[in-house]
Write a protein that binds this ligand. Structure first.
Ligand code: PBG
Ligand code: ZN
Length: 325
């Protein structure tokens, strides 16, 4: 069948016709809101590299957690900024550090809201790398113990899901074992299975002061040129016990997201990262793009590509827009 019998425009003529044939929809339940927790009291301070996003102290973070919950966002993911950084990232696995305290505060005031914790060391290490350093290299196996301790500490604080983002080989199995041994066999692991060595993380590294002090992350995060390798990463993490997998960054890697979802048919998340957020906000500020439409169009792209949910700095706001309609 071809023109003039087939005229695709027939199904685009009115809003109700378009609604009827729409293939993908955004819903507040599609989003996870990242939050940054800092030491101190009564702090809600705008992050220079992420306008509209804030550093929150533990006593104030409940404000934003409640806003997310009210908007229908199912969960938040926490990142911490420590009071001091050291060689082995001690505060990552300190039960009384900022993230652990924020988990307890949020679970106390908004118990239904899922609290996910990012399990990594780079925010906590003086060298800024995601693992333990041995002879100027990031030592894969020496990092296991630190990651396991971090995940356990988060689980003890009450985290609902732990999300390792370090990209060490074999860490999912180690974290699974540690959680099970600690009696947390019901806590799922959201693995940053496919995480590229990306320049799009720039604003995040400014926000948490986690830029590597020597070298870069290309020795553990993936080469942006590689697609087949992503499937291998996912396969390994699933074998090791990942309950959900993530592809990161977002828009620039939609091909990977789509292939991963199609090949494995497992719960797959996408992370629309800080650089993507910053680019939208910067262009919108200059009046070069329609901010709301670009945000919703970008988020819809993740759904269309196959994401089950999206970690996005626009989560609370987008969910509020969707709720209004
Ligand atoms: C920590 C981590 C990073 C991000 C999430 N977890 C930064 C990095 O790998 O350098 C990036 C998030 C963003 O850019 O929004 N490993
Ligand atoms: Zn890291």
């Amino acid at each position: 069948m071809s023109f003039p019998i087939d005229r695709p425009r027939r199904l685009r003529r009115t809003e109700n016709m378009r609604r009827l044939v729409r293939e993908n929809r955004l819903d507040p339940s599609d989003f996870i809101q990242p939050l940054f927790i800092v030491p101190g009291e009564n702090i809600k301070k705008e992050i220079s590299s992420l306008p509209g996003q804030f550093h929150w102290s533990v006593d104030r973070v409940v404000e934003i957690a409640e806003r997310c919950h009210k908007a229908g966002v199912p969960g938040v993911i926490l990142f911490g900024i420590p009071t001091h950084k050291d060689e082995v990232g001690c505060q990552a696995y300190d039960d009384h550090a900022e993230v652990q305290s924020a988990v307890r505060a949020i679970k106390k005031s908004v118990p239904d809201l899922l609290v996910i914790t990012d399990v990594c060391l780079c925010e906590y290490t003086s060298h800024g790398h995601c693992g333990a350093i041995h002879e100027n290299e990031v030592d894969n196996d020496a990092t296991f113990e630190l990651l396991a301790k971090t995940a356990l500490s988060h689980a003890r604080a009450g985290a609902d899901i732990v999300a390792p983002s370090d990209m060490m080989d074999g860490r999912i199995a180690v974290i699974r074992q540690a959680l099970d041994d600690g009696g947390f066999e019901n806590i799922p692991i959201l693995s940053y299975a496919v995480k590229y060595a990306s320049a799009y993380y720039g604003p995040f590294r400014i926000a948490v002061d986690s830029a590597p002090q020597f070298g870069d992350r290309r020795g553990y995060q993936m080469d942006p040129a590689n697609a087949e390798e992503a499937l291998r990463e996912v396969e390994l993490d699933l074998e090791e016990g990942a309950d959900m997998i993530m592809v990161k960054p977002g828009i620039a890697y939609l091909d990977i997201l789509h292939t991963v979802k199609t090949k494995f048919n497992r719960v797959t998340a996408a992370y629309q990262v800080s650089g993507e957020y910053a680019m939208i906000e910067a262009a919108a500020q200059r009046g070069w793009i329609d901010r709301k439409r670009v945000i919703l169009e970008s988020l819809l792209a993740f759904k269309r590509a196959g994401a089950d949910f999206v970690l996005t700095y626009h989560a609370a706001e987008a969910a509020e827009w969707l709720k209004e309609n």
